[in-house]
Ligand binder design. Structure first.
Ligand SMILES: *Cc1c(COP(=O)(O)O)cnc(C)c1O
Length: 382
């Protein structure tokens, strides 16, 4: 559903959904069914088997498509299942260029799994137009962009990447997990495919794992749906229901995440035990201007370097009370983690060092608790 007339908050609540025609139920039911009865062979209501289509999943898919401003949505068992399905648009001998500072699981999938099956991968610093240009080869079929990057929050210029790839028929895929469509709509800047780990902000309550793919082009949608149906990478019905329920409050949650994150970023920037803070909303962020251009906000992830190396980082992480020491991000509760030991352990040590994922780097996912409690917790942990 693409309804340009309605605003984001309205689409978030309504897009893809209508009262149940048989009962009037306002909420889309959880259609826990594997199959659908046909009137006559091949004559059905659009649903045959739930790996292929399911009404609850469809409501979520249409809802997410509307939020990203495109025609088609697909939802997956996880963000990684979504990435696997997209990458398999490529075949053995094709080349994919991926941002170097990418989600650890995506790096592992490309480097250790799909790379072994004949797809070629290059990991490139896509903040550099020159580096991207140099990396493009005759067999390059896709660019994989994550912006802001994880955990260093570098910003990649989506318009620049799309312009360079559009003329060469290279598909641009943007992992929009960190921003959610509330703060960034990659399709506006020319992206062909948008993907999400719905586990994070879109679901926002840390109670399921899922993924989504959004595209505007019908042929591309059909290709990805074919792969999804063939491989069985689709989202479970119940988890689709949880995300559908959550996107209704996405706008409210994102505003709250960002408001708290900005205060925390400024607090950290002024703290004597902090070496450096990375947050796209700070004027000190090296790409603050680009962030203002392509994002409508800065979301809730803040990264900082603590003074005193690993021992000091470890002490801080053991002392936080309201912030939970855990992987993942984007939930209503505040989390804190150590990328080098936790989320990015699958990235080899030498590569982590080259990227700047040092042992004193800490990543925070700022939740929606009261800001005074969050600040007090951080202060006591230092
Ligand atoms: C978590 C995450 C993924 C992977 O998603 P899962 O749902 O954990 O499989 C991909 N990209 C980003 C940016 C993520 O944060």
């Amino acid at each position: 559903m693409k309804d340009k007339k309605l605003e984001f908050e309205t689409l978030a609540v309504h897009a893809g959904q209508c009262p149940d025609p048989s009962t009037g139920a306002i909420m889309t039911p959880v259609y826990l069914t594997s199959t659908y009865v046909q009137e006559s062979p091949g004559k059905h209501k659009g649903y045959e088997y739930s790996r292929t289509h399911n009404p609850t999943r469809k409501a979520l898919e249409d809802n997410l498509a509307a939020l990203e401003g495109v025609n088609y949505g697909l939802t997956f068992a996880s963000g990684c299942a979504a990435a696997t399905t997209i990458a398999l648009l490529l075949r053995s001998g094709d080349h994919l260029i991926c941002s170097d500072d990418v989600y650890g699981g995506t790096f592992r999938l490309f480097d250790k799994v799909l790379g072994r099956n004949g797809i070629e991968f290059s990991f490139v610093d896509l903040t550099s137009e020159y580096a991207l240009k140099k990396a493009i080869k005759k067999n390059t079929k896709m660019i994989w962009v994550e912006t802001p990057t994880n955990p260093l929050l570098k910003i990649i210029d989506l318009e620049m990447v799309s312009k360079m790839c559009g003329s060469k028929k290279i598909l641009v895929c943007v992992d929009n997990t960190f921003m959610s469509p509330y703060f960034q709509q990659p399709f506006k800047w020319g992206a062909d495919i948008i993907c999400h780990s719905t586990t994070k902000y879109l679901n926002g309550h840390s109670d399921m794992v899922g993924g989504a793919v959004l595209v505007d082009d019908q042929e591309l949608y059909e290709k990805i749906h074919f792969l999804q149906n063939s491989m069985g990478t689709q989202q479970s019905t119940f988890d689709a229901f949880l995300v559908l329920r959550s996107t209704k409050t996405l706008a409210l949650r994102m505003k709250a995440h960002q408001e708290n994150a900005m205060v925390i970023a400024k607090f950290l920037e002024g703290h004597k035990k902090v070496e450096r803070v990375l947050y796209p909303g700070l004027k000190s962020h090296p790409q603050h201007k680009l962030a203002l251009k392509q994002m409508t906000g800065f979301s809730g992830i803040v990264t900082f370097f603590i003074k005193g190396g690993l021992p000091s980082a470890r002490k801080f992480l053991e002392k936080v009370k309201i912030f939970s020491l855990a992987e993942s991000l984007g939930g209503v509760e505040s989390l804190v983690e150590h990328p080098a030991i936790m989320t990015h352990a699958s990235v080899p040590a030498d590569k982590r060092k080259a990227l700047g994922i040092d042992d004193n780097l800490i990543r925070i996912s700022v939740g929606i608790e009261n800001i005074n409690d969050l600040l007090a917790d951080l202060a006591q942990a230092f």
